[in-house]
Design a protein around this ligand. Structure first.
Ligand code: NAD
Length: 255
């Protein structure tokens, strides 16, 4: 359903972003990947679906590098039809111990980067008269947890940005929505499990306790399930889903 379309997924060398890139490539899209770490492995994995894939190493905390990423996508493929703002980082500490520079980088990567990619992608989407913007927020865009001030603030902000862009594109074939995942077992969450193991406890118990505190299903959401939801939001059936914050969280936000 996406053949001839180009998708850019930020932070797609691992975790959720890579899972979403897989689903979009399997549906026929060409991919622009972004992120740190082993880009070659991610490229090879995504190319298995038989479409084009490129990687750009932009640091999403730097507006000038984001501009270079968007220019790269446009020069390689003409325009970005599907923009998935996924890059994100976490830091866990009480407010009064939260390092100010971590606050700044979380706001830059988890929130401001989506503003920059969106403002630079919209002209091409308007020109081609079609577009999908999917912001990977979090259940922490809807509710809070202690010790995650920057992350929760950024994700709440991302839902605000999502709604504004949805209004500004409401009378066009461009939609903008957010997805709010609960726990997904990726490197970002593994760090939090490792921290619990270091504080005492075995890995299986740490995983169980992490889930039991927040996620009633006691099961992790998977990158593949999130990819399937992105694919739905890219479909014609979803053309009137606009400005939504769609949770996929094992029941977390229902409590
Ligand atoms: P991850 O750590 O596995 O992947 C993050 C990706 O972002 C990687 O590709 C990494 O290289 C990239 N990245 C990090 N900093 C970057 C930067 N400055 N510039 C460019 N790329 C950068 O994390 P994940 O769990 O897959 O998280 C992806 C998104 O999903 C994040 O926005 C996160 O907040 C959100 N999310 C994750 C969970 C979860 O439980 N894992 C839950 C809700 C929301």
């Amino acid at each position: 359903i996406l053949s001839g379309k180009t998708a850019l997924v930020t932070g797609s060398t691992s975790g959720i972003g890579l899972g979403i890139a897989h689903c979009l490539a399997a549906a026929g899209a060409n991919l622009v990947l972004n992120g740190f770490g082993d880009a070659q492995q991610a490229l090879e994995a995504v190319r298995q679906h038989g479409h084009e894939a490129r990687h750009h190493p932009a640091d999403m905390s730097k507006p000038e590098e984001i501009a270079a990423l968007m220019a790269f996508a446009e020069s390689e493929f003409g325009a970005v039809d599907i923009l998935v703002n996924n890059a994100g980082i976490q830091h866990v500490a009480p407010v009064e111990e939260f390092p100010p520079e971590r606050w700044d980088s979380i706001l830059a990567i988890n929130l401001s980067s989506a503003f920059h990619t969106t403002r630079l992608a919209l002209p091409g989407m308007r020109r081609r008269d079609w577009g999908r913007i999917v912001n990977i927020a979090s259940v922490h865009g809807l509710v809070a947890s202690a010790q995650k001030s920057a992350y929760v603030a950024a994700k709440h902000g991302l839902l605000g940005l999502t709604k504004v862009v949805a209004l500004e594109t409401a009378q066009t074939p461009i939609t903008c929505n957010a997805i709010c995942p609960g726990w997904v077992l990726t490197p970002l969450v593994q760090q939090q499990i490792d921290a619990r193991v270091q504080a005492g406890g075995d890995p299986a118990a740490a995983r169980h306790d992490l889930l039991a505190e927040k996620q009633p299903s006691l099961e992790f959401v998977t990158p593949e399930q999130l990819g399937a939801l992105v694919l739905f939001l890219c479909s014609d059936a979803a053309s009137q889903v606009r400005g939504a914050a769609w949770n996929m969280d094992g029941g977390w936000a229902a409590q």
